[in-house]
Design a protein around this ligand. Structure first.
Ligand code: PNS
Length: 162
């Protein structure tokens, strides 16, 4: 059985993330979506909130498991028997960071491959930060996040006064 991990901050999950998770689930037998702590980012949603949103958004995907995790991704992948990390690439601006992470993860776990899926054209500009910015100004985010969590995101960002 081939298992992949789709890691990220998912603050919050967008349709761009969902596209990558769905496409990974067609390639691998099992996909673990690892909601993680990125020390470089201050998140609007807590780890538990981000996990809950993803569980709701992937509820119809049988081979997908959502976990919240803080620590080294390469170690977690080893513990779970995952052979690959799958990440989406939008633009050249993503590449340098992702390339560095792929090399570090390869160093920490030589059995682990990193695979990049190119984003769909309509998601090129989409990011969690953009969703938060638009929502904080009361804008319409319905075409950027899964419909089943739209209200949760709006309510939460509104409550937080963001
Ligand atoms: O969605 P993001 O913020 O681009 O995801 C980045 C993330 C969370 C995947 C990355 O920061 C990560 O892998 N963090 C876990 C810690 C780790 O393993 N770091 C690599 C060695 S320094």
């Amino acid at each position: 059985m081939k298992t992949a991990i789709c890691p990220g901050s998912f603050d919050p999950v967008t349709l761009g993330h969902m596209d990558i998770i769905r496409r990974a689930s067609k390639i691998f037998d099992k996909v673990i979506v690892a909601v993680m702590v990125n020390p470089a980012k201050k998140t609007a949603f807590t780890l538990d909130e981000r996990v809950l949103l993803l569980k709701k958004a992937t509820a119809d995907m049988d081979c997908v498991e959502v976990v919240g995790f803080e620590g080294f991704l390469a170690d977690y992948a080893r513990r779970r028997g995952a052979c690959a990390i799958v990440k989406g690439l939008r633009a050249v601006s993503d590449f340098e960071y992702e390339f560095q992470m792929a090399l570090i993860n390869q160093k920490l776990n030589s059995e682990l491959e990193t695979m990049f899926l190119t984003t769909q054209a309509q998601n090129m500009y989409l990011s969690s930060s953009m969703v938060k910015d638009i929502a904080s100004f009361g804008g319409d985010i319905s075409s950027f996040v899964p419909a089943c969590i739209l209200d949760d995101i709006r309510e939460r960002l509104c409550k937080g006064g963001n």
